[in-house]
Design a protein around this ligand. Sequence first.
Ligand SMILES: Nc1ncnc2c1ncn2[C@@H]1O[C@H](COP(=O)(O)OP(=O)(O)OP(=O)(O)O)[C@@H](O)[C@H]1O
Ligand SMILES: [Mg+2]
Length: 263
Amino acid sequence: MTAGGANGSGGKILEVEDLAIGYGGEPLMEHLNFTVSKGEIFTILGPSGCGKTTLLRTLIGLLPPLAGKIRIAGEEFGPEMEREALDRLHRSFGVVFQEGALVSGLDLKANVALPLEEFTSLPRQIIDEIVRLKLDMVRLSEAIYQAPSDLSGGQLKRAGLARAIANDPLILFCDEPTSGLDPATATEIDRLLLVLRKLMGITIVSISHELASIENYADQCIMLDRHAGIIARGTLAELKQADDDRVQSFFRRHIDRRQEGLA
Ligand SMILES: Nc1ncnc2c1ncn2[C@@H]1O[C@H](COP(=O)(O)OP(=O)(O)OP(=O)(O)O)[C@@H](O)[C@H]1O
Ligand SMILES: [Mg+2]
């Protein structure tokens, strides 16, 4: 690949340095520092509205950073990048958006083919084969000719995953991959992420505020706070031990919700 190689520096595939994020020049959070290792499932936690999706949009280049650096696989990602380098970076990750974002007028086959058509010059027959393989990986082969509107919530999430991994990305970004799903379907998606990591060696950066999912798959986590940025980091067990009222109140709220049968 590029300077630093596919593994990035020292096995770090994503490096975030002193990053400031926000809209219209107004920072939502500043001085964010974290790294993600190759093959890790890294989870970004935090209460609703704290800025998780904003961080993800910045990491994938949809929003310009207000300050700081983002390096993917050792290559710095910024507005001054040359077109070719930017394309290479875009090819190196897949994204499952919070709102799904499948194209409603296209069946699943055409939706999953989109990144392959955009970023490769593979012949149609090979694209078709890859699409079938990816739909099979998320167990949606039978729905290949269905439109997004014909799918259940769980099927839509799986279809979004198939599209995100179509290109064999180095990093899979997922924004709330289980939100809005019943607990059994959510657990199925969690298991699928673990299977994809095992089959593809993919690194996963997942946003969630669902404790059950984080328990199922997270290796490393950071917890965000709207005002203070990263307020805790480590394994989920380490976060639960954190001596910080905001972290403790996040876990208390989730335990309360579980007891009420809401999560
Ligand atoms: N396009 C935008 N322009 C200005 N402000 C925005 C925009 N999108 C989001 N915001 C604001 O930024 C803040 C963080 O929003 P964000 O969507 O990143 O939160 P989140 O942590 O992903 O929340 P949730 O868990 O509900 O998905 C919110 O106050 C939101 O209103
Ligand atoms: Mg969000």
